[in-house]
Write a protein that binds this ligand. Structure first.
Ligand SMILES: [Mg+2]
Length: 330
């Protein structure tokens, strides 16, 4: 019997949207899964690129959903961004804040002075998501950066999911400023290292694992800092994204975060002939083959694990027709 995945880790770092909650609702099973994980002795912490809401606000929302959380359990890109600023600037330095009051509060928290105009002579600009962003603030940022202010962005997500559809995310406002200046921002949020490093520092994790629903931010962010990761199917990305993740493959796959308390999925064979459970993924002269696919979700996860590991070494093995046979997986 393989050990449980959770036995390998002291801290589980969770992405929020698509892993723990979907907008206003908890992902089915997430409250029970996190409670069981904590009972197993693993610390849970929550890592968000969203810099518009305060960590306390996020903790309160989690608690309302049945996932008890405190301020210290939430690590936000606003905090990681403020930490970047405080590591580089002298105490009391002025920082132009293009973002919410919550972002300005983080700047103040690290001993810097938030300002709102380039005429204040800011040493740096920090930019984050603001649902009521006023365009003139982008002008202020451009003026300050052109005058030598150091530029930090909390995150560069190009879109933000809402219950009515996608809307422009923080990354679009960052791109608007970038169009006017000659430098790139230092980015705190996933998939860049500062937020991941901040999460490890704050939790004092020795063997962390990151749980996420997006390859390009969560799983890539974990890979950036050499952290293990668990990809789950409860959010944005699906099986086609997984097989195409050769650059930053997840360390583990699970249907949802409850997979932390499952045995570690094993893998046998060679890079042209992968086996997991009853499934076998092979690259032959005639093309890729995927055999022994079971009907259950768990069996199909085994098959995807074998097949994805084949595709990560051999991109020409990627086949929509084979993926379609895994009809239990999105
Ligand atoms: Mg997510």
């Amino acid at each position: 019997m393989s050990p449980l995945l959770a036995d390998r880790h002291d801290v589980a770092l969770f992405d929020l949207d698509g892993v723990v909650y979907l907008g206003p609702r908890a992902v089915p099973g997430a409250p029970e899964g996190i409670a069981a994980l904590r009972a197993h002795g693993v610390r849970a912490a929550f890592v968000t690129n969203n810099a518009a809401r305060s960590p306390q606000h996020v903790a309160d929302h989690l608690s309302e959903l049945g996932i008890p959380a405190e301020f210290d359990d939430v690590i936000a890109s606003s905090q990681a961004g403020a930490h970047l600023l405080s590591a580089r600037l002298p105490a009391g330095a002025k920082v132009l804040v293009v973002g919410t009051d919550a972002l300005a509060a983080e700047v103040r928290q690290v001993g810097l002075e938030p300002v709102s105009s380039y005429t204040d002579g800011p040493a740096a600009v920090i930019q984050g998501y603001h649902p009521q962003l006023r365009w003139p603030m982008l002008d202020e940022a451009a003026y300050a950066i052109q005058r030598g202010a150091w530029w930090v962005a909390t995150n560069t997500d190009s879109t933000r999911p809402t219950d009515l559809g996608l809307v422009p995310g923080a990354g679009t406002a960052v791109a608007a400023v970038r169009a006017a200046v000659d430098v790139d921002p230092v980015v705190a949020g996933k998939p860049f290292a500062p937020l991941m490093t901040e999460a490890v520092r704050r939790t004092a994790a020795q063997r962390p694992i990151f749980v996420g629903d997006r390859i390009d931010t969560d799983i890539a962010g974990a890979a950036t800092v050499g952290m293990d990761s668990l990809f789950v199917f409860t959010g944005a990305h699906g099986k086609a994204d997984v097989v195409a993740a050769a650059a930053t493959p997840p360390t583990h796959l699970g249907w949802d975060l409850g997979a932390l308390l499952d045995p570690v999925r094993d893998l046998a064979g060679t890079d042209r002939d992968r086996r997991c459970g009853t499934a076998r993924a092979t690259l032959t002269a005639a093309g890729p083959e995927l055999t022994g696919i079971g009907d259950t979700r768990a069996e199909q996860l085994d098959a995807l694990w074998a097949y994805a590991n084949l595709c990560w070494h051999h991109p020409d093995a990627i086949s929509t027709e084979l993926l379609d046979r895994l009809d239990q997986l999105p």
